[in-house]
Design a protein. Structure first.
Length: 193
């Protein structure tokens, strides 16, 4: 009889570990649920702490407002240019004369440092309107129109000379004046950006 009591006591002792993990086919224990809930709360808390840090990297409302601008090119007389501000940079909106357009097309096959045709720098049907970012590609100065031997822009800082299509012809600038992304939204309205 003593042997049978010893066996019953051995069988009645709880298993070590207290059921931390459910074996395949068994129900998950209360402790498993607490672990999962704690991990989920930790992940949620980390996300809540990280969101303000990530959100502050988005552009501010005033920057987003300048992401694109609209301008009426009919305000610019033939042979003149307007300077508008876009993303903190000057943008030249030039109404070219037929003589300036002809000079730009004539130089399409010239020996250019940064080759580009005049047609690739204007919109079809709007060849008289040239839109350029008014920043010299050498060191970022603002070029003036009407200087240099090509009738375009001359950078007063280091003497870069651009033609009537904004292509670099002389001086230290490595590239043409940038043509920003723009589109005509009407016969005389242009949206830059």
């Amino acid at each position: 009889m003593s042997d049978s009591i010893g066996l019953e006591q051995a069988n009645a002792q709880p298993a070590l570990g207290g059921g931390h993990g459910a074996a395949p086919g068994e129900e998950p224990s209360r402790r498993d649920f607490i672990h999962i809930a704690a991990i989920a709360a930790t992940v949620g808390g980390a996300g809540a702490l990280a969101w303000p840090l990530i959100d502050q990297m988005n552009p501010s409302a005033d920057t987003l407002a300048l992401a694109s601008i609209e301008y009426d090119v009919s305000k610019v007389a033939e042979g003149q240019q307007a300077v508008v501000k876009w993303r903190g940079k000057p943008v030249f909106v030039r109404h070219r004369t037929p003589k300036e357009i002809a000079a730009a097309r004539r130089d399409d096959h010239a020996d250019l440092r940064d080759p580009a045709t005049d047609a690739s720098r204007v919109k079809p049907g709007h060849e008289a309107t040239l839109v350029l970012v008014g920043v010299c590609t050498h060191l970022g100065c603002v070029p003036n129109f009407g200087g240099g031997e090509y009738g375009g822009w001359l950078c007063p800082c280091h003497g870069s000379v651009y033609d009537t299509s904004g292509r670099i012809r002389q001086g230290p600038a490595p590239k043409n004046l940038e043509v920003p992304e723009y589109a005509f939204t009407g016969p005389t309205k242009v949206r830059i950006g």
